[in-house]
Design a protein around this ligand. Structure first.
Ligand code: IFM
Length: 452
């Protein structure tokens, strides 16, 4: 394909956009409190003290939002179900949403967990406790009972790395705990939760998980930098893909973390429970690569790993690793823009799990509030071109979900970061599609990336 030629995606490629319950729904009074309510109430934890109480008020404006998705020609919508809402008021809201999506010809892709752990479960120990995985399976069975006849695409967990390591090691995410050992327990119980929940989902459904794998790159080819990259690869990626795809945790991860834990919380048979229902697809969330090196002995490492400021590292037992910001353009999150990281991950998983379909379950960028957003269009274009290159190289990528359909609550950054192709005025809740929304609508309708 020569420069300037249109980039044509295969027929049937799923063009979607994604959101998450806590980030857009609001209506906090109509659900139980989650860890994010508690965390946001602690001064200093979330920028500006912003909370998810109202967010984009999607809970009341979902009809308008589905109309907007239809106008944008989306083939699919990936959303998450709020566990604390289901416990409080049942699944009715999601049933109505799914029916409206189906009526509009939009394929629902349902995520069971996008970080809003019910607070009472955190009070009983949260993800470091095994019981939380069983509670999650029970909740999954409830949602499957209500929606299993209509939803064909499911992801169990969104970015369990963030839940485990930002939530329990660095503490920049709820519940804000800072115990490296607990973060490893949490990672295992999230893996277990995936497996137990997957077993509860309908037989004919396609079940996946949305990871945020790290495209880890060593700063140099020195043995020390290569080892730093190996350590981060274990903690970012293989802690999940090990049990999900390869029958267990990798030996180097167990060795690297031996001073923190003996991993005895992994019980005999857990590997079978985690991978008992093989993945129908692997979801890949990608934003930016990670460049790492070894730290000279005794040096304090730059912690610019893009995951917020904390005195505590999200990387247990990786004190000797430094993170580097590659030169070049960045998004409003300070994340460097590099679509080759997405290509590399897709190619990696195609090699690692031959034949396993892949979906880009999140990709996008935060920029300013303006309606004209050429930087976002350029970001999306370059990343979609990377997806296309991967498909052309034989990687089975079946779909792409842009993050995000609309501006929303960016966790510890509150409402200060805007990822939406649709602008939200938080004062009036008026939605206005940005230039990128119109651009994406054309791409989604035609299945073609127009020449630059
Ligand atoms: O907003 C988040 C989303 O909740 C999970 N993936 C990354 C996005 C941007 O930071």
């Amino acid at each position: 394909m020569s420069a300037g030629e249109p980039v044509v995606f295969p027929p049937g490629f799923l063009w979607g956009a994604a959101t998450a319950a806590h980030q857009i729904e609001g209506a906090a009074a109509e659900r139980l409190p989650s860890v994010w309510d508690t965390f946001a109430a602690v001064p200093g934890k979330v920028l500006g003290g912003d909370t998810g109480e109202v967010a984009a008020d999607h809970f009341h404006r979902w009809r308008e939002d589905v109309r907007l998705m239809a106008e944008l020609g989306l083939g699919s919508y990936r959303f998450s179900v709020s566990w604390p809402r289901v416990l409080a008021v049942g699944t009715g809201f999601y049933e109505r949403l799914v029916d409206a999506l189906l009526e509009a010809g939009i394929v629902p892709c349902l995520t069971l967990y996008h970080w809003d752990l019910p607070q009472h479960l955190e009070d009983r120990g949260g993800w470091p406790e095994r019981e939380t995985a069983y509670a999650f399976a029970e909740y999954a069975a409830t949602v499957a009972g209500a929606l299993g006849d209509r939803v064909r695409l499911w992801t169990t967990l969104n970015e369990p790395w963030c839940s485990a390591f930002l939530g329990y090691a660095s503490g920049v995410h709820a519940p804000g705990r800072t115990s490296p050992a607990d973060s490893l327990r949490a990672a295992h119980h999230l893996n277990l939760a995936h497996g137990l929940a997957a077993a509860e989902l309908p037989a004919g459904a396609r079940v996946g998980i949305a990871l945020n794998p790290s495209a880890v790159r060593p700063l140099t080819e020195s043995a020390a930098d290569l080892d730093a990259a190996r350590r981060i690869d274990a903690l970012a990626n293989r802690v999940f893909t090990g049990p999900l795809l390869h029958g267990g945790y990798p030996a180097d991860l167990l060795a690297d973390t031996a001073a923190l834990t003996d991993w005895s919380f992994v019980r005999p048979g857990d590997e079978g429970l985690i991978a008992g229902r093989p993945l129908d697809f692997l979801g890949v969330n990608y934003y930016t690569p990670a460049v790492v090196s070894a730290l000279p002995e005794g040096a304090e490492g730059p912690r610019a790993d893009g995951h917020g400021a904390s005195a505590h590292s999200p990387w247990p037992a990786a004190d000797g690793v430094a993170f580097h910001q590659p030169p070049g353009e960045r998004t409003a999150m300070g994340w460097s823009i590099d679509p080759t990281g997405l290509y590399d991950l897709l190619e990696r998983f195609a090699a690692e799990a031959p034949g396993l379909p892949l979906m880009v379950t999140e990709n996008g960028a935060a920029f300013g509030p303006e309606l004209e957003d050429p930087e976002r269009i350029a970001y999306l274009r370059s990343h979609l071109a990377a997806v296309h290159r991967a498909i052309a190289a034989g990687v089975p990528v079946e779909g792409y979900y842009l993050w995000s359909l609309m501006d929303n609550y960016e966790w510890s950054y509150g409402y200060s970061k805007r990822f939406g192709i649709v602008h939200v005025d938080y004062g009036t809740q008026v939605r206005t599609p940005r230039a990128s929304a119109h651009w994406y609508a054309r791409v989604a309708r035609g299945g073609v990336l127009p020449p630059v």
